[in-house]
Design a protein around this ligand. Structure first.
Ligand SMILES: [Zn+2]
Length: 538
């Protein structure tokens, strides 16, 4: 490649005539290489020249110096009798768009900078690199960008995302096979989802939340597609049903805790963080870390079994697709090595717990008064947090702590629900003791928990043939509301029990979308946010 062709946006289309060094930029004079050109009206090849004029275009900088292209452009006559164009200006499709003030490659650079850095920061960066521009120009380039032929996915995941939590929602559409965002919709409605599906025919499977606007939209817009109820939403629904029963029997939580405390009284019991989240269901991340732990535990047990039956470390490693180092480490540990838990987020109130506990023992049990005291001493947290702490203290009807033995705090209904849903092998000793005590104290909880665990295992192990019986068994009883909702959406729920698709990965895409939204501050207009999301996915 000669130096001349480096300077040119397109070496086949243009020819360099001269380079002039102006005070703070380079002027590059070029002419068009071809002698004959096609008429843009009729396509006939023309060579009869009408006139010349010089077109000025900004181009990519050279060695950090601004470059101006001076393009000697020609006008031609079209002699075709039937053509409506008598005179036309030649087109340069690989150099610049008609009427554009900058070259295609500079325009592309602006767009990329805009997408990566955002308009404000991008414009500052571009100026430093020798490309004069403004935030508005970058925004325009980003909006003009047509994301090339978006494909039509075979398996589509649909979910919502929040513009502002609890206020306004949009819709995200993900190709579950390519793990890539396909499109964003500005709202969350059956109509807009149906309309999108109608313009994107051929989707075979749609994974969506429980019966709602997406179910309706899918039925309208893609009646031929198989709908799959998202497994995570199903798990959430069943645990909500169980949690309602647990919350109703709250007193039994306290009794069960007391029982466990007596049983394990002399043993040091790990103390729960001082203020566990109040009634929030386990997040997807928590569930998946629990699942990972279960998988590791299963591998651990299998590895130890194989070792005891005489397999070598190498054989076990190969069979379980693990490294021999892992097997060796497990053997040396002598028991299942737990991963260190992620420490809970520190809250303001955590720093004041010992003070609060002292005052509580001294008889100060009014939350408002405690809050006033704390504030005088520099506490910056909320009054609600102090109130929740006090409520919790009142609920702990436990024998006083034996010195040196931390007390076992009783779990929230949500925490207890989570333990109840686990298989016994997935719980630790303390949790197992608690669940056993609770189930003995409350037959109602024991029964619903048993049914809920069965549902979870039907779903996890995909056993659709046992689903009808399960529905029948729970037709009446505590889970009847949940069963009714399953029946209303039965085909999609059955698909969840047979097909591998679920919306797990959509969570990750929504997270990235949130990061982009945050990066755009208040300027996150929908069209631009969509451009950035699709650009990142392309
Ligand atoms: Zn023509």
């Amino acid at each position: 490649m000669s130096y001349c062709s480096i300077l040119l946006p397109d070496a086949a289309e243009l020819r360099l005539t001269r380079v002039i060094s102006e005070s703070d930029f380079l002027a590059v004079e070029v002419e068009v290489a071809r002698a004959v050109v096609p008429c843009p009206g009729c396509g006939r090849v023309c060579s009869r020249r009408h006139s010349y004029y010089v077109r000025t275009l900004a181009d990519l900088p050279s060695h950090g110096v601004r470059v101006q292209l001076r393009l000697r452009t020609r006008k031609f006559f079209c002699d075709a009798r039937a053509c409506s164009r008598r005179i036309f200006t030649e087109r340069l499709p690989r150099t610049a768009a008609p009427y554009a003030r900058c070259s295609l490659r500079l325009s592309e650079a602006f767009r990329n900078i805009g997408f990566v850095a955002g308009a404000e920061a991008g414009a500052r960066l571009a100026r430093q690199l020798g490309m004069a521009t403004s935030p508005d120009t970058l925004l325009r380039r980003m909006r003009q960008f047509v994301i090339g032929n978006r494909w039509i996915p075979r398996v589509l995941g649909v979910d919502d995302w929040a513009w502002r939590r609890g206020h306004r929602y949009g819709t995200i559409l993900v190709d579950l096979e390519r793990r890539s965002v396909v499109d964003l919709l500005p709202d969350r409605s059956a109509e807009s989802f149906a309309a999108w599906l109608e313009t994107h025919p051929g989707i075979e499977i749609i994974s969506r939340d429980r019966a709602g606007c997406y179910a309706e939209g899918a039925t309208q817009g893609a009646p031929q597609a198989v709908q799959v109820a998202d497994r995570w939403h199903l798990l959430r629904n069943v645990s909500e049903a169980l949690q309602r029963v647990v919350a109703r029997e709250r007193k039994q939580l306290i009794s069960a805790t007391a029982t466990v405390h007596q049983e394990l009284g002399a043993v040091a019991v790990v103390r729960a963080p001082s203020l566990p989240a109040v009634s929030r269901l386990p997040s997807r991340a928590e569930q998946s870390s629990q699942q990972k732990r279960n998988q590791r535990l299963a591998s651990y047990r299998e590895a130890m079994r194989l070792r005891q039956t005489g397999s070598t470390q190498e054989e076990v490693a190969r069979k379980l697709a693990l490294s021999t180092r892992t097997i060796r480490r497990w053997e040396q540990a002598g028991q299942f090595p737990e991963r260190a838990p992620v420490p809970p987020k520190r809250k303001q109130i955590d720093r004041w717990v010992s003070y609060l506990e002292r005052r509580w023992r001294e008889g100060r049990s009014n939350a408002l008064a405690l809050w006033r005291e704390l504030r005088q001493q520099g506490y910056r947290g909320s009054r609600g947090a102090v109130q929740r702490w006090a409520t919790r203290q009142r609920q702990i009807a436990l024998p006083p702590a034996v010195s040196g033995v931390p007390r076992l705090l009783f779990p929230s209904p949500r925490q207890a629900t989570w333990w109840l849903l686990q298989e016994p092998a997935a719980r630790d000793g303390k949790q197992n003791a608690f669940v056993n005590a609770l189930e003995q104290l409350s037959p109602a909880i024991a029964n619903v928990a048993q049914q809920a665990r069965e549902f979870v295992s039907l779903l996890r192990e995909r056993r659709p043939h046992q689903f009808a019986k399960w529905l029948e068994r729970n037709q009446t009883g505590e889970l009847r509301g949940f069963v009714k909702s399953l029946r209303q959406d039965e085909a999609a729920v059955r698909s969840a029990l047979t097909l591998p698709w679920s919306n797990g990965q959509v969570e990750g895409h929504v997270h990235r979308l949130k990061l982009l939204k945050r990066q755009m501050f208040g300027r996150a207009k929908f069209d631009l946010l969509k451009q950035r999301v699709l650009y990142a996915a392309a």
